[in-house]
Design a protein. Structure first.
Length: 266
């Protein structure tokens, strides 16, 4: 291998490491953080970041200081999740749950400051709440969205809540930040979140986390139903079965540690 090839591979490896670092961090990341934790020269970090920005792999905030994952990389990640070989087993878990409890089951992931409706298996009922796959929903008034907020580090939660507008979707939506934080603290303790007609009038939902091997929430598994059929308390009674399905799904998916052992020492 000549020097040019070695240099190219080194730059590619560093680009992957930088992108992975930004994706896995739960706090805002700067170029200085990257240089420190990955032990890459600052000049190289700035050069690679510029290239990644050009490709929309990462983006800067409005002040130009903090870095986050860009739209192109997010789309690629979601495409991989949608098409990889594990989709059939994932659908099987959801279908088993939907058949057993006779309600629609779904998976959603956090995409920036929104909840992305990612996977669904519908129950066979004449009255259903039709949320299309790929829908982006507000995180402060959805069961899975509130669960993400509740289980993330408090600093990240505060940052998100100070950035978004708590716009009420129904008369039941929690639009006051103090009231919402109380709700989120309670959710964090019980590990179960509810949407009591907060997103759509006449719809209730219950969500539990799907976690990686480090215990970090990577998706929300939820069941929802029209209030014509079930109230939120009756839906909560099905939460234990929902948790079992989430654990089964975790067992079918494999994850890598968020950082190398070297990073964890910092």
């Amino acid at each position: 291998m000549n020097n040019n090839e070695s240099s190219s591979n080194s730059a590619l490896s560093r680009a992957f490491k930088i992108t992975e670092f930004i994706a896995n961090e739960t706090r805002p990341v700067t170029a200085v953080d990257i240089a420190l934790y990955l032990k890459i020269p600052k000049a190289s970090v700035h050069r690679i970041i510029s290239q990644l920005e050009e490709e929309d792999i990462i983006v800067r905030d409005l002040q130009g200081r903090f870095l986050s994952i860009g739209a192109r990389f997010k789309k690629m990640s979601l495409d991989v999740l949608s098409h990889f070989d594990g989709r059939a087993p994932r659908q099987m878990v959801l279908k088993e749950l939907a058949d057993e409890i006779q309600e629609t089951c779904n998976l959603s992931v956090l995409d920036g400051y929104e909840l992305l409706y990612f996977e669904r298996v519908e129950a066979n009922w004449p009255v259903m709440v039709n949320l299309k796959l790929g829908s982006r929903l507000p995180i402060h008034c959805t069961a899975s969205g509130k669960l993400f907020l509740a289980l993330m580090p408090r600093s990240k939660r505060n940052h998100i809540l100070s950035t978004i507008t708590l716009e009420p979707q129904t008369k039941h939506s929690i639009a006051n930040i103090d009231d919402l934080n109380k709700e989120l603290d309670a959710i964090a303790v019980r590990g179960i979140s509810i949407d009591n007609e907060e997103l759509i009038e006449g719809m209730v939902a219950v969500a539990v986390p799907v976690c990686d091997q480090d215990g970090n929430m990577i998706a929300g598994m939820a069941i929802h139903a029209p209030t014509l059929r079930l109230d939120v308390n009756k839906l909560l009674a099905k939460a234990s079965r929902l948790k079992l399905a989430a654990k089964k799904l975790e067992g079918l998916m494999s994850f890598q540690p968020s950082h190398s052992d070297e990073l964890k020492q910092h």
